[in-house]
Design a protein around this ligand. Structure first.
Ligand code: HEC
Ligand code: HEC
Ligand code: HEC
Ligand code: HEC
Length: 319
């Protein structure tokens, strides 16, 4: 992927960047462009996504009896046009002033609405003559700048695992702030699932996994044991924060029970590493976002796979 991008595409990117940045001053909120807008450069990721339940659900979810019962309970008719459903179930793209569901949860559901960050995230900088650089020529400082600028523009950068995990939970933990407690209560009464078993490793390492990193960008790499242990802990760190905040917000007994189950699972995971990583103990005592981020930062270069041990889910349970 990296070395195959022709120069003219990068030049187009730059022109795009200038246009988008000037539009951004007017628009402020980044727009969702849809998964097709990523295909040109991320063909392999697109193919993985197309085979996942995220992509497939757009064909079926609104037709199920369960969906119909939930819609009736909240007094709405079409799932693809009801904000209380589309915020989690669909990728909504605006064209010619009309917003439509173009896909199920897709690239930008996990990586952020891309109109502003898209031209920034793949721009490796320029040489003294103003020619675009290739990836190998980019220095560490520029990469750090590019990552930060993308994040500032709304990108959920894959290596920022606390942000990645919190974002999954806004849907999978039913913690999206735009969903009112009243609507949520009615949805749960009508049978909307609240799956307290969501866990990052188990839910990402199966069908959704895409890890085409250098040096071999054609291989969908498995994680090494230390990487996986860190991913697991980042997931639980995000989970204890989201579940603790959510508990106080919605009184529905099913909701409270599910969030409590998440907190218990996260406690087990954090207790397993607290002797080797003191930040885990601090997070257990005070499950704040700042403490969770401090923990994720503290384990970044550590091998905690020994302490996490067999808490990691078995491969045959991956979704
Ligand atoms: C013009 C080509 C191009 C388009 C279009 C494009 N990307 Fe990228 N993307 C790249 C390149 C090149 C990189 C590698 C950047 C690097 O080396 O860090 C990248 C990296 C990424 C990364 C990972 C960063 C990392 O290294 O961990 C994500 C996530 C990503 N793109 C998502 C998307 C999504 C989502 C879309 C569609 C909305 C998209 N990209 C559209 C070229 C593109
Ligand atoms: C806050 C995010 C969120 C909102 C809002 C939301 N859902 Fe869901 N929904 C999910 C998630 C996540 C799942 C998958 C749960 C699981 O099984 O892990 C799901 C599952 C479902 C299922 C079961 C799908 C299946 O294959 O069994 C139906 C039906 C459904 N939702 C309908 C709705 C309807 C109708 C609305 C709008 C009133 C809605 N949802 C709003 C997140 C949400
Ligand atoms: C379910 C959430 C989710 C969806 C949907 C998703 N991603 Fe990702 N993506 C991730 C996570 C998590 C990582 C980090 C993987 C890692 O480093 O282990 C990632 C990593 C990446 C990377 C860097 C690794 C690689 O494969 O080169 C790119 C590029 C990327 N995603 C692009 C995309 C594109 C394009 C789409 C849509 C076709 C997409 N993603 C859909 C969650 C998602
Ligand atoms: C924008 C909301 C949203 C985000 C963000 C999101 N998901 Fe989902 N996910 C859903 C919905 C909705 C479903 C249910 C689709 C259906 O069955 O109709 C689902 C289903 C899944 C499934 C299939 C579950 C099964 O039982 O087959 C997996 C696996 C999954 N998500 C993993 C993830 C992971 C991992 C992340 C974060 C890296 C993530 N999702 C982020 C909304 C989301």
């Amino acid at each position: 992927m990296h070395t195959l991008v022709p120069r003219w595409i990068l030049s187009l990117c730059l022109i795009g960047l200038l246009t988008v940045v000037s539009q951004a001053r007017v628009l402020a909120e980044p727009a969702v462009l849809g998964p097709e807008s990523c295909r040109k450069c991320h063909k392999l990721e697109l193919e993985i996504w197309e085979a996942s339940n995220h992509a497939k659900s757009v064909e079926s979810v609104h037709k199920t009896d369960k969906a119909k019962a939930i819609m009736k309970a909240i007094g709405e008719k079409r799932m693809t046009k009801t904000a209380a459903c589309t915020m989690c179930h669909f990728t909504m793209v605006e064209t010619d002033g009309k917003t439509k569901a173009v896909a199920g949860p897709s690239c930008e559901s996990c990586h952020g609405a891309s109109s502003i960050w898209k031209p920034i995230h793949s721009d490796y900088g320029h040489d003294a003559n103003g020619n675009p650089l290739k990836q190998v020529a980019e220095n560490a400082a520029h990469r750090a700048e590019r990552t930060e600028a993308s994040a500032q523009a709304g990108m959920v950068w894959p290596q920022r695992t606390f942000d990645v995990a919190s974002n999954c939970l806004s849907c999978h933990g039913l913690t999206n702030d735009s969903l009112s407690a009243d609507t949520l209560g009615k949805m749960l009464e009508a049978g909307h699932p609240i799956n307290s078993e969501f866990e990052l490793v188990r839910f990402f390492m199966g069908k959704p996994r895409h890890r085409f990193y250098p040096p071999d960008t054609n291989v969908n790499a498995e994680m090494t044991p230390p990487q996986m242990a860190r991913f697991f802990i980042a997931g639980h760190a995000a989970s204890i924060v989201a579940a603790t905040q959510a508990q106080g917000k919605v009184a529905h007994p099913k909701y409270r029970a599910a969030q409590q189950a998440r907190i218990s699972a996260a406690k087990t995971a954090l207790e397993a590493i607290q002797d080797s990583v003191s930040e885990a103990g601090t997070l257990l005592q005070d499950p704040s976002e700042a403490n969770a981020r401090a923990l994720v930062a503290a384990i970044q270069d550590k091998d905690i796979s020994g302490a996490v041990g067999d808490l990691l889910p078995a491969k045959n349970t991956y979704k």
